[in-house]
Design a protein around this ligand. Structure first.
Ligand SMILES: *[C@@H]1O[C@H](CO)[C@@H](O)[C@H](O)[C@H]1NC(C)=O
Length: 289
């Protein structure tokens, strides 16, 4: 019995480890929160998409073989010398997974979708870099110039929270961070085809969201676990309505005259809520999966 408990624990730990190492998970975030938390929010057209590889280091293995010769002849076991070699390989691995830890290495650019030259294939790309034509700046005019070209970096793979699916030629709303003198975006930030956002979201990024930053908290909840009474200083955001996320599409969170936080929306919001309520009673009756 003890053994089976142990095995269960081990399996659970392994699952956690594997999930940790290969997946990206983000807290759901309302567009208003994306806006308020991002360093920049822009409308931009993607013009290029390139994978950036570390430039091959001149014969890195030669160093380690000469190191073993030296250490034997010196009768010094080279423990001090071992450090930098380990650090370098770990640094490269960390860099491919985590942009924050990225060392400033010489870089090689390869347009995404093209095959990397063979000598690069053992190296993982350091990052994916988009060049965008900035059409409009909603936030971050200290970081970007209107009508300019900007580079936005992201992790090279989805599992490291990279935004890998932007298409050249398409116009997007992009929101992200500024780190190490670099504009960045991750799949936990906001990106959406500009044509796909609603009129209310456009108004939001133009002016309404900004006025609400720092005032109320938007707190996700799920279905019947959502509080039924209003919570002070909070707009509860029910994530159980995947298809009709009325709060994201048609509303922003603000305070009413009495100081209570609420979802501020117009007729399209009310229509969405009615549609959603109908869908729910239908699904209770078994009309929807
Ligand atoms: C807009 O939404 C559609 C449907 O969800 C999606 O297929 C399309 O890729 C989106 N467009 C952009 C530019 O993201």
């Amino acid at each position: 019995m003890h053994l089976s408990v142990l095995v269960c624990l081990l399996v659970a730990m392994l699952v956690c480890l594997v999930q940790d190492s290969i997946s990206c998970s983000c807290q759901p975030s309302h567009p208003q929160d994306h806006f308020c938390r991002s360093a920049y929010v822009i409308r931009a057209r993607v013009t290029t998409k390139e994978l950036i590889y570390p430039e091959p280091q001149p014969e890195p293995m030669a160093e380690s073989s000469s190191f073993s010769e030296v250490s034997f002849s010196d009768s010094d076991w080279g423990i001090d010398n071992e450090g930098p070699i380990m650090d370098q390989s770990e640094g490269l691995l960390a860099a491919s997974m985590n942009l924050a830890a990225m060392p400033r290495l010489p870089q090689v650019r390869v347009p995404a979708g093209l095959q990397a030259p063979q000598y690069m294939e053992e190296n993982r790309p350091i990052k994916l870099e988009y060049t965008v034509k900035v059409e409009k700046i909603y936030k971050g005019d200290d970081l970007l110039m209107p009508k300019s070209t900007a580079k936005i970096a992201t992790a090279a793979i989805d599992a490291a929270c990279g935004v890998t699916d932007l298409e050249v030629g398409q116009v997007y709303v992009l929101a992200g961070t500024f780190y190490n003198a670099e504009l960045r975006i991750s799949s936990c930030n906001w990106k959406e085809g500009y044509k796909n956002i609603t009129k209310r979201q456009r108004q939001g990024i133009k002016h309404t969201y900004k006025l609400q930053c720092g005032k109320c908290e938007i707190s996700p909840c799920y279905g019947r676990y959502c509080p039924t009474e209003p919570v002070p200083d909070v707009c509860m955001w029910d994530l159980s309505h995947l298809r009709d996320d009325c709060e994201s599409q048609y509303a922003y969170c603000s305070r009413d005259g009495s100081g209570q936080c609420f979802w501020n929306g117009k007729t399209d919001m009310r229509r969405c809520i009615r549609r959603r309520a109908k869908g729910r009673t239908q699904s209770r009756g078994g009309f929807m999966p």
